[in-house]
Design a protein around this ligand. Structure first.
Ligand code: NAP
Length: 262
């Protein structure tokens, strides 16, 4: 018996393709989205044959208005879709001093705009029915904005903040929202030569990454960092941030600015 349908963006390769495999194994029907139609069709045929689920494909460029609008429309209108894996993303824009404006616009369109609009397209239906799942793939670079390139980690910090806000708004209505923060994961997002230069102990295989993320979902984790040994460390980080709140907006400036406020 098939369960609800998940729409997975970036399903033609890497993390998204493994989500497709794992969700099909769990009996979910799928709607696979990416630009490369033939790869999607081949994956769909394999998963349908292996797991007896219905797998549809929708070739769309989510960095472009027409592609995004087509996928948004499906999420708004297709009541069978009760799960979204907001996964498609690109990285590697280089140094800020050498930024290609076209490339970085595409990155922001895909990593930020598409993630936002797709979540917003499905949220009203899920909130109204009080069920469903949104999984946003962010990155550990969201937690270390100065350790990589400038724009990619900032796009992932957006997705992390957006996910926490979605949780605040949708969890009370019964919608599961999970943010997944992978570390370095062996996929085509990395040039093979670059991966070879990284310590093997820092690079996770993509199957293990996705299996851990889905186990985190089953455990009810709001944020999943697949390699983090102790979730108390993440909780402590979030608690330290929350502890700032009482002083983040006050009528008077802090004493160190010399405005006469004791
Ligand atoms: P990947 O192997 O390069 O796969 C990216 C997927 O996104 C592909 O299916 C690609 O398919 C799709 N895609 C790219 N541009 C698109 C567009 N304009 N419209 C629609 N689909 C598009 O990368 P990955 O490592 O699996 O990355 C998946 C997500 O994980 C990304 O959000 C990434 O930031 C995040 N992440 C990855 C790592 C890592 O180390 N791998 C770490 C942290 C976070 P088409 O080319 O067919 O469109």
């Amino acid at each position: 018996m098939s369960k609800d349908t998940f729409l997975i963006t970036g399903a033609s390769d890497g993390i998204g393709a493994v989500y497709a495999d794992r969700l099909a194994r769990r009996g979910h029907n799928l709607l696979l989205v990416a630009r490369r139609a033939e790869r999607l069709a081949a994956l769909a045929a394999r998963l349908q044959a292996a797991h007896g689920v219905a797998v549809e494909t929708l070739a769309a460029d989510l960095a472009r208005p027409e592609g995004l609008a087509a996928v948004e429309a499906r999420l708004r209108e297709d009541a069978a879709i009760t799960g979204l894996v907001n996964n498609a993303g690109i990285a590697g824009e280089g140094m800020i001093t050498e930024l290609d404006p076209v490339n970085v616009t595409g990155m922001i369109n895909l990593n930020i705009l598409a993630v936002t609009r797709l979540a917003a397209a499905i949220a009203p239906r899920l909130a109204a029915t009080g069920r469903g799942t949104i999984i946003n793939i962010t990155s550990v670079t969201a937690l270390m904005p100065a350790a990589f390139t400038a724009v990619y980690p900032a796009t992932k910090a957006f997705v992390l903040a957006f996910t926490e806000a979605l949780q605040a708004q949708l969890s009370p209505a019964g919608v599961r929202v999970q943010g997944v923060l992978p570390g370095i994961t062996r996929t085509a997002i990395w040039e093979e030569e670059k991966l070879e230069t990284l310590p093997a102990a820092m690079v996770m295989d993509v199957e293990e990454m996705v299996d851990a993320a889905l186990a985190g979902l089953d455990l009810g984790e709001a944020l999943t960092v697949p390699s983090l040994p102790d979730t108390a460390d993440l909780d402590a980080y979030l608690a330290a941030r929350d502890a700032l709140r009482p002083n983040l907006s006050l009528a008077r400036a802090a004493a160190r600015y010399g405005l006469g406020n004791a």
